[in-house]
Ligand binder design. Structure first.
Ligand SMILES: Cc1ncc(COP(=O)(O)O)c(C=O)c1O
Length: 360
């Protein structure tokens, strides 16, 4: 049997045809995001049912820009330590102070009770991560935010297609950040997006478009003005056109992921694993094991790739803190992610479950 990859984007004829059309057109990118980028924004907005969508060139860029919409300078932003490093960097880049808190071990999502305990007079925002595609308890988090006048910026890098209260993640809060990195449920060479739901969404869009392209505004032909700093964060046409093809099949492919999750839920003899929940988009399927290095090496020797998502951020040299974040530190040593992409065959799934049950 060939090696089984941890992640594997699903590509078809549509992606290949459209890539070649963009190539031939020689219109590969525009800072103002016309062409396929604007088509992708409109289609994704419809898919989510949000007020607006602004495409960028990564999930990292989406977080950096979304946090620039509120003034977090020298203020505190509460986030889980169990995440990819970009979640925390976005706070520092915008001059804020990250306050790392614990997760609920059942879901690996931020623990709402810990949010409540960590609020100070300097707190301005909460940055929950829908971990592995599992929806955070948004209602609870929204109640806390309302009570303390805090903004919620969601990190939905794992949660494209996840639902909460029968609506897609990205349609609830002020700003939600998506990643379309090649390993994600909606894959592009590189890409991200900010979804906005706010009465000032038109103004937010204007601000984000300028910051996405070097601060450029008021453009008429080759005339333009620059009133503030901006970045080169715009999405290119190749990514957008692949995204359009991927979006058409997103729900179908997410259903394949859910069926795999249901199968793993029944077959894998591990007590602590991601729960089965139809709302989840299953970007990741995680299990916790005690002897992680040995376990991963046993699977590797059988040709099965696994991952560790993540080493807690507060354990990284740049963020090092002596604060104890107990659940996060425990699962940071035990968590293993196993293949759940939609290209897996039933015989591969049988092989994976049999191997896991043998070595766990
Ligand atoms: C939780 C989380 N946030 C943000 C990002 C950043 O996304 P990107 O790699 O597209 O910059 C990732 C990427 O893996 C992620 O997993």
């Amino acid at each position: 049997m060939k090696n089984i990859k941890l992640f594997d984007p699903n590509i078809g004829k549509d992606e290949k045809q459209k890539i070649s059309q963009v190539l031939e057109s020689k219109f590969w990118a525009s800072g103002s995001g016309t062409g396929n980028v604007s088509k992708f924004e409109n289609q994704f907005k419809k898919y989510l049912g949000s007020d607006d969508c602004i495409a960028v060139n990564s999930g990292t860029a989406a977080l950096n820009l979304a946090l620039s919409l509120i003034d977090i300078k020298n203020k505190e932003v509460i986030l889980p330590s169990l995440s990819f490093i970009s979640t925390a960097h976005a706070i520092i880049i915008n001059g804020g102070i990250p306050v790392f808190i614990d997760i609920e071990p059942e879901t690996m999502c931020i623990d709402p009770n810990e949010i409540q305990k960590s609020i100070t007079t300097k707190t301005v925002a909460i940055l929950p991560v829908h971990f592995g595609g599992f929806p955070c308890n948004l209602k609870y988090i929204q109640n806390i935010a309302k009570k303390h006048n805090l903004t919620i910026i969601e990190d939905a890098a794992h949660a494209t297609g996840t639902t909460y209260n029968n609506k897609k993640i990205g349609s609830h809060g002020t700003a939600t950040c998506f990643s379309f990195h090649p390993v994600k449920n909606l894959a592009m060479p590189t890409g991200g997006l900010i979804s906005i739901n706010h009465k000032n969404h038109k103004q937010f869009r204007k601000t984000l478009l300028a910051r996405r392209w070097c601060g450029i505004t008021d453009r008429i032909d080759s005339e333009y003005d620059v009133k503030e700093l901006g970045w080169n964060y715009y999405m290119n046409e190749f990514s957008a056109v692949i995204g359009l093809a991927q979006l058409k099949k997103l729900d179908r492919l997410n259903n394949v992921r859910k069926n795999i999750a249901k199968f793993y839920d029944k077959q894998i003899n591990v007590e602590h694993k991601i729960p089965f929940d139809k709302r989840c988009s299953y970007h990741l399927y995680w299990i916790c094991v005690r002897n992680r290095n040995q376990f991963r090496s046993n699977l590797f020797n059988r040709g099965i790739e696994t991952g560790t998502h993540y080493k807690p951020i507060h354990k990284m040299s740049f963020y090092k803190s002596s604060n104890k974040i107990l659940n996060t530190e425990k699962v940071g040593k035990e968590i293993v992610t196993i293949p759940i992409h939609p290209n897996l065959t039933q015989s591969q799934l049988d092989y994976i479950t049999e191997s896991i049950n043998k070595f766990v």
